[in-house]
Design a binder for this molecule. Structure first.
Ligand code: IMP
Ligand code: MG
Length: 182
């Protein structure tokens, strides 16, 4: 077992400064777009937690928040396609302006399922904010309304993203050494 998490990282893809700058920029943009509204941030656990905490602190309009949890991955590195809700909303979202917050949009299967599910509960609007977009792997017709970075088709960890529940606490985004998951 590696002594520090850094030993398992092939290369730092996005450092703390780069992430902070983009998250601030996105917070300002959302504040502008939702002027006079009260967005409801809906985080998809667990990967969203670091990004959502930073993003919301850069939003200047009043807002609300909640979390949902879905499971699709197990401990592998690619989706099984099956999505299961393991923690549902804790309130009625009718008439609310939802912003779904994700760590990464990969195949898109999770968000495609989730947006359909949420639409059926009559929110006023739904937008998607994701920290990372990995468009090469898309299998569902879904696009983020807001994203901070496009990433190549490599398995990344840190800033909330995990591999087998590890590395979420890295303050940067790194590419995991393939030997760690092979
Ligand atoms: P999708 O349904 O394939 O879009 O899956 C999205 C979810 O898969 C994300 O919320 C992540 O939890 C996970 N995921 C996809 N790619 C990566 C990655 O490179 N690193 C860590 N988690 C990932
Ligand atoms: Mg996730």
């Amino acid at each position: 077992m590696a002594e520090t998490m850094r030993d398992d990282i092939l290369r730092v893809l996005l450092d703390e400064q780069q992430i902070r700058a983009k998250v601030e920029e996105l917070g300002a943009r959302i504040s502008e777009d939702y002027r006079g509204k009260k967005p409801f941030f809906l985080g998809v656990l667990k990967g969203c937690f670091v990004f959502m905490a930073d993003l919301m602190r850069n939003v200047t309009v009043p807002c609300m928040m909640d979390f949902m949890a879905v499971s699709s991955y197990g401990s592998g590195t690619s989706t099984t396609g099956a999505v299961r809700i393991t923690k549902d909303l804790s309130r009625n979202i009718e008439g609310l302006d939802l912003i779904i917050v994700e760590d990464i949009l990969d195949s898109g299967l999770t968000l495609s399922y989730l947006t359909k599910y949420l639409s059926s509960r009559s929110p006023a609007s739904i937008r998607i904010a994701t920290l990372l977009d990995k468009p090469e792997r898309r299998r569902a017709d879904i696009h983020p309304d807001y994203f901070c970075f496009t990433v190549p088709d490599e398995f990344v960890v840190g800033y909330g993203l995990d591999f087998a529940e590890k590395y979420r606490n890295l303050p940067y985004i790194g590419i995991l050494k393939p030997e760690v998951y092979q």
